[in-house]
Design a protein around this ligand. Structure first.
Ligand code: LAN
Length: 854
């Protein structure tokens, strides 16, 4: 397999692996994102890098500082001036959708076993991503950081380097200060003359801060040389330049060439504690991509894996991927029963009733288990069999490993019921009836094809996409059309960020981002300003294009919910109805079409009514709304959850967030179209509000399942209560929620809750105040018409204080979550919700003042 030949790669992911000035993001007509590396200068000249490309690659944008905002609305306006630069021609905002560390292995193993190559630059950047996300112990977790601040942030707290810099105590730029503070973790090795100077001095006059300040004459601007750091994050670029400029009194261009970037490992990093799942699979991925076994990163990762006793303790999804790769025996897996698909549909546990992601993953899994698919024994496979285990591969008692999962990986241990079911299934497997197995495998294959055809091989998500690819290759060969399509579609999930190339949680969050931004612009009034008109109309065009106009090609036969009129989470091609995406997009369309002067009415009333039909079709009997479909199975099915690393994956659940989006969308819709299905809408809203009341936690907030965490869900919930007239003054529910939030506001005016909340279902403070969560909390208070201005004013101050002179905000902690245990990033939230909150707060506070004056 020469496409995967071993590579010589740099020792650390902090070093450049490819030239970032050569990468470009291509946006297809459907809004799909693919990254391309341009090998020649001519190609680069013909296709210049956009601001959007540069932003996501972490390259400086060279945007001017904006006039300093004097109030919240001006800050919001500055924010949107910046964010507009990241909007694409077609109107949407691309973005990184990373976090889960179990997705790259699916991509890489799935590609390797189907013989699909990657470009060299893609391989290098994936390796770099993996390098950049190893934990201190050398392994990988499955989820982004839950541990709070990592080294640089701790240093900042301990040494206050920001203040020192601002006060000009040190005549050195921030990176050197950081280096002082984090000598053990800084990535700056062999970085040019200037760094060496500092380093030599550090060694000669070790390490007190005093010794440095007395040194300051030694580090002079003229001794610095231009150099480009390959950074984790370019945070506070402008502030660094400002500080450098004011300290040295030199030209700004000079500052630019000297202080290009700051290295900082802030809390946004993907570094959940190492697990066997993360370490075993990412180790394989790294080796397939070309890292040699004696590379220091591989050596350390292997040591970490061996500390866990090797790959045997991987959870079931890990065992599955290792078996596909032929480095773990199929006998070491519990049976994966494709036969379930032969049951009649009415059976209460029939897999079509499972949560859509779970069933779509188990369809190809059942097939591949059924045919015992395995990679052929390549040299690499043989080597991995040696490297992954602490004992001889052939001496392993495979059946004994089926239920063995290392404790670091366990979030949902097997229930006794599940163990009982496995005992029966595994016994059956000994004497499986071949015609039945063949029929089950055939049925699974049919379902895979239906899913591929419904989504043009983009599929519901990255996990089933890679598994379907293997199924199609196995059944149809490498010359097939399906093979070619799958080859291409992999790229929709591959995103190049500052730290390398990752596999995203979906093919993007296009619709989700644009729906929020569209609403924010109208609610803040910015959308009606001439300066932003074109941008707003482009948003509407994109929303228009993205609405799904038909039911799926294979509809009932693929067990799909209706899609006509719905909006998906990412793109129309992916094409899955999501309740709250439909709700949020419908609101954005109504807002823009109704409020922006001369905005084209692109989406007809009929289509708006189609969207409402979808929403109405999604209500569950108890009034709540789930994510993609109605709840189809009893929730006790959760006792059969075989995936030890996730919680709540077997059935749909009602979510306060989803319920809320529907209530608000229907409430807003009926203002403009009071005649359409009036009674149905009223009945649906009443029941949904009732659900929401019941879902409120006794302490006051709502629990968020898709964002972190209570501030997220409470914002949505209070929005819907406000639309049915429930506010702080007249509703015990709203009051209790506000009081809860007020009790969590920090001395600095902000809010910060940790990702841990989602796991332990209780409020856990984050180490730092978070801008995005502060916005959610402040929005919640405003929705509830909280009567006292101070908490909102303080929140505004906090959010404004973190805004950079160019209007942007730095990335802080990760924002999203799923299945209780995995965090996922929504980096555009730091623009959408800041702009929204600031703009709204401006009006709100003025109104309050006005009312008080009267
Ligand atoms: C998402 C992302 C969006 C999210 C919201 C719209 C925010 C939510 O309100 C409804 C559920 C939904 C659509 C959602 C469901 C689960 C997803 C698709 C994800 C969190 C993104 C990634 C995740 C998916 C399951 C990842 C693949 C992993 C598996 C365990 C199959």
């Amino acid at each position: 397999m020469s496409a995967y030949a071993p590579l010589d790669v740099p020792a650390s992911g902090k070093l450049p692996f490819t030239d970032y000035s050569r990468w470009r993001l291509r946006i297809s007509d459907e809004g799909d994102h693919t990254w391309h590396y341009l090998p020649t200068d001519e190609q680069c000249a013909a296709w210049p890098q956009t601001d959007c490309d540069k932003y996501w690659l972490g390259l400086p944008l060279d945007l001017p500082s904006l006039p300093k905002p004097t109030n919240a609305l001006e800050a919001a306006r500055n924010g949107y001036r910046y964010f507009q630069h990241l909007q694409t021609e077609d109107g949407h905002w691309p973005g990184e959708y990373g976090g889960p560390m179990f997705l790259i292995p699916g991509l890489v193993i799935g590609s390797y076993v189907t013989g699909m190559p990657f470009k060299l630059e893609e391989r290098l950047e994936m390796i770099r991503y993996l390098f950049n996300h190893t934990n201190e112990d050398g392994g990988w977790g499955m989820t982004p950081s839950r541990a709070g601040p990592c080294s640089a942030e701790r240093c900042r707290e301990a040494h206050g380097w920001e203040n020192m810099l601002a006060r000009g105590i040190y005549g050195e730029p921030l990176d050197v200060l950081l280096r002082l503070a984090c000598t053990s973790t800084s990535p700056f090795e062999d970085r040019g003359q200037a760094y060496e100077d500092a380093e030599t001095r550090r060694q000669n006059a070790p390490s007190t801060r005093e010794s440095y300040s007395s040194d300051r004459a030694v580090v002079r601007p003229d001794r610095w040389r231009p150099r480009l750091f390959q950074c984790d994050q370019l945070i506070d670029y402008d502030r660094t330049l400002d500080a450098t400029q004011s300290m040295w009194g030199v030209e700004r261009s000079m500052c630019k060439s000297t202080t290009v970037a700051i290295w900082s490992r802030l809390v946004t990093h993907v570094e959940g504690p190492s697990t066997v799942f993360g370490t075993a699979l990412n180790y394989c991925a790294m080796r397939i991509l070309g890292v040699k076994p004696d590379h220091p990163v591989a050596v350390k990762a292997r040591a970490c894996l061996h500390k866990f006793g090797g790959a045997l303790g991987a959870p079931s999804w890990g065992k599955f991927w290792l078996s596909i790769l032929n480095v773990y025996e199929w006998e070491g897996n519990h049976m994966i029963p494709a036969e379930l698909w032969l049951l009649p549909d009415w059976v209460p546990v029939h897999p079509h009733r499972w949560w859509i992601h779970t069933r779509n993953v188990y369809i190809p899994m059942g097939y591949l288990y059924g045919v015992r698919f395995q990679m052929q024994e390549t040299e690499l496979v043989l080597a991995l069999r040696e490297e992954l285990y602490t004992q001889n591969y052939h001496s392993i008692d495979w059946p004994a490993q089926r239920s063995y999962v290392h404790e670091v990986d366990l979030y949902t241990p097997h229930s006794t019921l599940l163990e009982g079911v496995y005992a029966i299934l595994d016994t059956y497997e000994q004497c499986a009836f071949p015609p039945l197995r063949r029929a089950a495998v055939r049925r699974s294959y049919e379902l895979v094809v239906l899913e591929d055809e419904n989504t043009d091989c983009q599929d519901l998500g990255p996990v089933n996409k890679m598994m379907n690819q293997i199924v199609r290759m196995h059944a149809e060969g490498r010359e097939s059309e399906a093979y070619r399509k799958h080859y291409e579609r992999r790229h929709d999930f591959m995103w190049l960020g500052k730290e390398g190339m990752m596999m995203c949680g979906t093919n993007g969050s296009q619709l989700w981002d644009i729906a929020f931004m569209g609403q924010a612009l109208i609610e803040t009034g910015l959308g009606e300003e001439e300066e932003f008109r074109d941008s707003v109309v482009r948003i509407l065009k994109w929303l228009d294009h993205c609405q799904i106009r038909e039911n799926p090609k294979h509809f009932k036969s693929a067990y799909r919910h209706q899609t006509k009129g719905a909006w998906p989470f990412s793109t129309k091609t992916q094409g899955y109805t999501v309740s709250d995406c439909t709700g949020e997009a419908l609101k954005a369309v109504l807002y823009i079409q109704e409020h922006v002067k001369d905005a084209p009415k692109l989406i007809s009333e009929e289509r708006l009514c189609d969207a409402v039909d979808v929403l109405l079709s999604l209500q569950n009997p108890d009034g709540g709304f789930a994510s993609y479909e109605l709840i189809r199975a009893p929730q006790i099915l959760e006792y059969l959850n075989p995936a030890e690393v996730f919680g709540n994956i077997m059935t749909e659940f009602n979510y306060p967030e989803c319920t809320t989006s529907v209530i608000t969308a229907l409430s807003i819709f009926r203002k403009y179209n009071p005649k359409y299905r009036t009674n149905d809408i009223q009945r649906t809203i009443t029941k949904a509000v009732d659900f929401l009341h019941k879902a409120q936690r006794p302490e006051g907030p709502w629990f968020g399942s898709w964002g972190i965490c209570f501030t997220y869900a409470t914002q949505f919930a209070l929005e819907s209560l406000s639309l049915v007239g429930e506010t702080y003054e007249n509703s015990a529910y709203a009051r209790k929620a506000c009081d809860f939030l007020i009790g969590k506001q920090r001395a600095d005016g902000g809010w910060g809750e940790s990702y841990k909340c989602c796991e332990v279902l209780k409020w856990v403070e984050h180490e730092q105040t978070q801008v995005v969560q502060t916005c959610w909390a402040a929005m919640a208070l405003m929705y509830a018409q909280y009567p006292h201005p101070e908490p909102i004013e303080r929140a505004v101050q906090l959010v404004m204080s973190r805004q950079r002179p160019d209007g942007s905000w730095p990335q802080e902690a990760i924002e999203g979550v799923f299945n209780k245990n995995v965090a996922i990033s929504y980096p555009n939230f730091k623009f959408e919700f800041t702009i929204w909150m600031l703009g709204r707060a401006h009006r709100y506070l003025e109104d309050l003042k006005g009312r008080k004056a009267k």
